[in-house]
Design a binder for this molecule. Structure first.
Ligand SMILES: NC(=O)c1ccc[n+]([C@@H]2O[C@H](COP(=O)([O-])OP(=O)(O)OC[C@H]3O[C@@H](n4cnc5c(N)ncnc54)[C@H](OP(=O)(O)O)[C@@H]3O)[C@@H](O)[C@H]2O)c1
Length: 306
């Protein structure tokens, strides 16, 4: 069986308040070092994003059956390992509706993306004190037009949560009726067509005990979190391919909904935390800290609207 081999080229010193690395010697050898995270803010989880992009910044080909991250990374072994490792640390993994549907069949648990190390990831979660084998899978939709036949909703031992608007909940109730409670938990948040990222963060923290939230996109949804400066860290794999923007410029960058704003003066500057690469190959695995706003830090002070 192929094993991941990652080399660390640069690593910044993390703040003394960071968690201790819980990696076993074996996982640490695969990752090329230790892995720890900042302490959660009062009132909201630490939120980390994970994307793979092409050299020219594309995260999805937007071609039927070929829109997922695998096509972007070339199904890179080390990228899959890092995805699984982040999922194993997370209390919850979150995606928006289009990512769920366009990458159909994908289940956001460590063992799905890296089955060969399933036992190692389970041990890691145990060491981290997590009381579930898998991170809670959160799906966010405004409209409620979700296909609950997706494998995510029938994976054994996987808890799922749909965060939506009042209209979205009605839509789901209409589509699934009495079957709905057996398929997933639906939670209504304020908002007419969309829910507020700050409300999502606060609710997951307060009601679902989420301290580390892994945001897996997609572009539109991640952009709404960037806009509110709610992303603490970005794990970004750069795959050595160039694909172009598509004939209708349909292929997004991970900053999606950041379109129109910010002005150049408001752009978001990251701080490089690490640079890694595979022992063989040309991918880059980058980790950045991003600035979070005062508003983002004090989500807990803001009452939920509605
Ligand atoms: N390369 C990578 O690392 C990577 C990672 C993730 C995704 N992807 C790819 O990116 C593509 C998806 O990105 P995308 O930008 O097209 O779509 P997306 O962000 O996954 O989903 C957008 C949809 O989610 C719902 N939504 C978004 N923000 C919301 C909010 N604040 N509140 C409530 N609902 C909200 C809306 O639809 P409704 O209201 O109708 O639900 C919206 O149309 C897929 O092809 C996926 O495979 C790639």
């Amino acid at each position: 069986v192929d094993q991941p081999k990652i080399v660390t080229l640069f690593e910044a010193a993390l703040p003394a308040s960071s968690s201790d690395s819980a990696l076993s010697p074996r996982l640490s050898a695969f990752y090329g070092g230790s892995l720890s995270f900042p302490q959660p803010h009062p009132g909201r989880p630490v939120i980390i994003g994970n994307f793979v992009q092409t050299l020219d910044g594309v995260i999805s080909l937007k071609a039927p059956g070929r829109s997922g991250g695998g096509e972007i990374s070339g199904f890179n072994l080390e990228d899959r390992f890092i995805m699984a490792l982040l999922r194993a640390h997370a209390d919850a993994v979150m995606v928006a509706s289009r990512t769920l549907h366009e990458d159909s069949g994908h289940v956001r648990i460590p063992a799905f993306i890296y089955p060969a190390l399933e036992a190692d990831f389970l041990t890691l979660r145990h060491r981290l004190g997590k009381d579930t084998p898998h991170p809670l899978n959160v799906v966010v939709t405004g409209s409620g037009r979700l296909n609950l036949e997706e494998k995510t909703f029938s994976t054994a031992g996987l808890r799922t949560l749909v965060l939506t608007t009042h209209t979205g909940a009605q839509q789901l109730q209409h589509a699934y009726g009495a079957r709905l409670p057996g398929l997933t938990t639906v939670r209504v948040l304020p908002g007419v067509t969309e829910v507020d990222p700050a409300d999502i963060a606060r609710t997951l923290w307060r009601d679902y005990g989420v301290q580390l939230l892994l945001h897996e996109g997609g572009a539109t949804f991640f952009g709404t979190f960037l806009k509110q400066r709610l992303i603490d860290e970005l794990f970004l794999t750069v795959a050595p391919q160039i694909v172009g923007p598509g004939s209708r410029r349909e292929r997004p960058a991970f900053s999606g909904a950041l379109n129109g704003s910010p002005s150049p003066d408001e752009s978001i500057w990251g701080i490089l935390l690490s640079i890694k690469m595979p022992q063989e190959g040309s991918h880059l695995y980058l980790r950045y800290r991003l600035p979070v706003s005062e508003m983002a830090r004090s989500v807990d002070d803001k009452p939920l609207r509605g």
